[in-house]
Write a protein that binds this ligand. Structure first.
Ligand code: ADP
Ligand code: MG
Length: 269
């Protein structure tokens, strides 16, 4: 269980997030939407431990979240930078080693062989088995994101943070990635927080959807207030793209202009 209590985040004097409260059960696939610049990436970075909250607490199973990133938390960004001179397999081994694990690149002999096999297994699962010896310039955008996801999984994270991971991909490739992600989520028994600007994707993948928005506005001081959670919807587990509900949601609310006024709790599961 991840518990976020009255979280605030300011950059210098500018509030970005305010009064964020959220309890998330283990195994939840929590999708996050909200207007550009409202603090979604900031929220993920705080959960990752890359950024400190200005106020408030984040508890995991009742204990304070470690302030530094730890192996229990993995992250995937929209655009991933790999080492161009290393192959897919080498990039994956390096990712594991960078985190200080002696398991992969620094291991020798039998250990090293086991580490290689583990990396190969991960590449197979992620659909990159055939591409293990290719260089990044020889990969499509979808394959690069597969590699990014593989890297985020090298330490078996319990919490996976995804920041618009498929935003740069073509629609057909996205659909493949959705299937892959759902499979991985189930196999690895992870709690996922995924930011997306695609509301249909948020409905399709999430078991819970939250919306960040500003509820307070001061026309004279547009930066006077931060965003908070304005919607919190439980979704049908593993529902496959509920287009009608997406349309209904979009028709009733305007997510880009910040008109939502209250926290709405619905339970449609
Ligand atoms: N390191 C930073 N220093 C100062 N301001 C920042 C920093 N990171 C983000 N911001 C500001 O915080 C706000 C929220 O940014 P971000 O979390 O990236 O939004 P989103 O991901 O929802 O588009 C933006 O106004 C952005 O300019
Ligand atoms: Mg962002």
């Amino acid at each position: 269980m991840i518990s976020i209590r009255n979280l605030f985040k300011n950059y210098h004097d500018v509030p970005v997030l305010e009064r964020v409260n959220l309890d998330v059960e283990r195994g939840t696939f929590c999708t996050i939407v909200g207007a550009s610049g409202c603090g979604k990436s900031t929220f993920l970075r705080i959960v990752l431990g890359q950024e400190r909250a200005s106020r408030g607490d984040i508890l995991i199973d009742g204990k304070a979240l470690p302030e530094e990133p730890t192996p229990e938390r993995g992250i995937v960004f929209q655009r991933y930078s790999v080492f161009p001179h290393l192959t897919v397999h080498q990039n994956l081994m390096l990712a594991a080693d960078f985190d200080g694990s002696p398991l992969f690149a620094r291991a020798f002999g039998a250990e090293r062989k086991a580490a290689r096999e583990k990396a190969d297994g991960l590449l197979d699962r992620i659909g990159l088995g055939q591409a293990r010896d290719r260089y990044p310039s020889q990969l499509s955008g979808g394959m690069q994101q597969r590699l990014a996801i593989a890297q985020s999984l090298t330490k078996n994270p319990q919490i996976l943070l995804l920041d618009e991971p498929f935003g740069a991909l073509d629609p057909g490739v996205r659909v493949d990635m959705h299937g892959l992600l759902i499979d991985l989520w189930k196999q690895h028994d992870m709690t996922i927080f995924m930011v997306t600007h695609d509301i249909a994707e948020a409905f399709k993948l999430g078991t819970r959807l939250i919306v960040f928005d500003k509820v307070r506005h001061d026309p004279d001081f547009p930066n006077a207030y931060g965003a908070t959670i304005t919607y919190d919807l439980k979704l049908k587990n593993g529902s496959t793209g509920d287009a009608a509900r997406t349309a209904e949601f979009l028709a009733t609310e305007n997510l880009t202009t910040g008109r939502a006024s209250n926290v709405h709790q619905t339970n449609s599961a």
